[in-house]
Design a binder for this molecule. Structure first.
Ligand SMILES: *[C@@H]1O[C@H](CO)[C@@H](O)[C@H](O)[C@H]1NC(C)=O
Ligand SMILES: *[C@@H]1O[C@H](CO)[C@@H](O)[C@H](O)[C@H]1NC(C)=O
Ligand SMILES: *[C@@H]1O[C@H](CO)[C@@H](O)[C@H](O)[C@H]1NC(C)=O
Ligand SMILES: *[C@@H]1O[C@H](CO)[C@@H](O)[C@H](O)[C@H]1NC(C)=O
Length: 455
């Protein structure tokens, strides 16, 4: 019997359609100070910090699936992962999370590549490592954002590290755009340092050059412990300093554990009338129960340490890191009840878009001795230049300008050669392949680095 080709065609069409349906998660992007789904509905983060193992929790598909069942029960729509291995295969976990409508915010750094508050720097080694993580996770539609750092500044005297964080964001944004990736939001996750607020926050979003602004700002805040209130907890001050902020802002960690059990009442404020017009939700710290005692679930009682633990690969630092998740009671159900009642509608993109032209940038904070020790007019320690950087460049970097003029014009050519890239940049296609250009560009960065060092 001969299979009729139309039915074959129909079958394969149906198959590919179904595959598409399964794989596609509506992408998240930022407009003005908010996140939106593709359909124009505002996206509020109900997230969980998820780092079962130090290296990479997104490579064990079966474990991801077991955890996703409980995350969905909790009402989570996002996870935050601090460390990943860019060379590993994440497709199984990422698809499982996408199928559950759960988005990833991933940190680009590792313990070896992170920007340090003490002797801060941002160099080509770090940049290459950050690029590798972006290269890997830009493949997935449910990657909702990346962090260029987590709590780089931890003290009121740490301000000098801020330009390096912002430089990393600048370079990753240019890299993202030159590779023709979708505009995955690039942000920073800040420690809650009262003395630096609102300077740090404003510094990250004040530049007239959009390349030199974060796409979102996030705060790790543990101010609200147990029974408290919007005013007493200090959230009122967080709100004061964030109202009118030009980019999305959210809690990248929250969930004080000083008062037990945890009741997560702060969620009511974050998703309520006082804050939800400004804040895009929160991520609760953290999924796994371990020494720090913040867990929402556990995989078993604390395991024996010492030699026995060393032979059991599922145990690390005295805690089992794999298996069937068991809710920590009553914390898990407390959070579940909180989230179940909190569903702000936000604003529709079609309505919001009309108001974005009224958004104004905060003033770049001026330098104060013993306080915000950053000169607002100093150039960022960036590694690559975009066309918009020339206006903001100082003489010190003249050698960089010469080198990067070549790089950026080639970059534009390669960007416009990608059909996906819809920027209105009127440069022709030189025929240089994107990858070829990237190699040339990395070489150039290396050269520039050497020249800069030599000078
Ligand atoms: C838009 O998409 C999101 C995510 O799939 C969904 O939750 C929401 O209900 C949709 N909004 C509308 C208006 O269809
Ligand atoms: C960047 O700094 C790290 C130390 O944090 C160092 O190991 C590495 O060699 C540096 N890379 C370059 C290109 O200078
Ligand atoms: C930030 O909040 C503090 C405390 O409420 C307030 O004193 C200060 O004026 C605020 N600054 C800005 C710029 O919002
Ligand atoms: C850079 O400066 C030129 C000349 O002042 C101006 O025409 C151009 O709009 C500026 N570009 C940006 C991105 O500010």
């Amino acid at each position: 019997m001969r299979l009729s080709s139309p039915s074959l065609l129909a079958a394969s069409l149906l198959l590919s359609l179904q595959t598409d349906l399964v794989l596609a998660a509506p992408k998240i992007s930022t407009v003005g100070a908010k996140f939106f789904y593709e359909n124009g509905t505002q996206f509020f983060i109900k997230g969980i910090a998820y780092q079962l193992v130090p290296d990479d929790p997104l490579i064990d598909t079966e474990q991801c699936k077991r955890d996703i069942v409980r995350m969905s029960e909790l009402g989570a729509n996002a996870i935050r992962v601090y460390h990943v291995d860019p060379l590993a295969d994440h497709s199984g976990c990422m698809k499982a999370f996408a199928d559950a409508g759960i988005y990833l915010f991933v940190d680009l750094d590792t313990f070896h590549t992170q920007i340090e508050q003490q002797s801060p720097h941002w160099n080509a080694t770090q940049f290459a490592a950050f690029q590798a993580v972006l290269d890997e996770f830009q493949k997935y539609d449910n990657t909702a954002g990346v962090f260029v750092g987590n709590e780089v500044l931890t003290t009121k005297d740490g301000a000098a590290a801020a330009p390096y964080v912002l430089a990393a964001a600048h370079d990753i944004k240019l890299y993202r755009d030159r590779k023709g990736y979708r505009k995955i939001p690039v942000g920073y996750s800040a420690a809650d340092i009262a003395e630096l607020r609102p300077m740090l926050q404003n510094y990250m979003a004040c530049s007239p050059n959009p390349d030199s602004r974060l796409d979102f700002f996030a705060l790790n805040a543990y101010e609200w412990c147990g029974q408290s209130s919007y005013t007493f907890s200090g959230y009122v001050n967080l709100q004061k300093n964030a109202s009118g902020y030009p980019i999305p802002i959210f809690f990248s960690e929250t969930g004080c554990n000083v008062a037990r059990p945890r009741t997560f009442e702060d969620q009511g404020a974050i998703f309520g009338d006082e804050m939800s017009g400004t804040w895009s939700g929160s991520m609760v710290y953290e999924w796994i129960q371990e020494t720090n005692d913040y867990g929402l679930i556990s995989y078993g009682p604390p395991a024996p340490g010492g030699a026995a633990a060393a032979t059991n690969t599922l145990v690390d630092d005295g805690f089992t890191r794999k298996g069937t998740p068991t809710p920590v009671s009553p914390d898990f159900s407390n959070l579940k009840s909180q989230w179940a009642t909190l569903s702000p509608t936000g604003v529709a993109l079609s309505v919001y878009a009309e108001s974005t032209s009224a958004i104004t940038l905060p003033e770049c904070p001026s330098s104060t001795a013993g306080g915000w020790a950053v000169d607002p007019s100093a150039p960022l320690p960036i590694l690559i230049y975009g066309p918009r950087d020339h206006n903001y460049t100082r003489s010190r970097s003249s050698v960089l300008i010469v080198a990067s003029a070549t790089a950026s014009s080639q970059g534009l050519a390669s960007a416009t050669s990608s059909a996906k890239h819809s920027g209105a940049m009127g440069l022709g296609n030189t025929g240089a392949g994107s990858d070829g250009w990237m190699h040339a560009w990395m070489l150039l960065c290396g050269l520039v680095g050497v020249v800069a060092w030599w000078l």
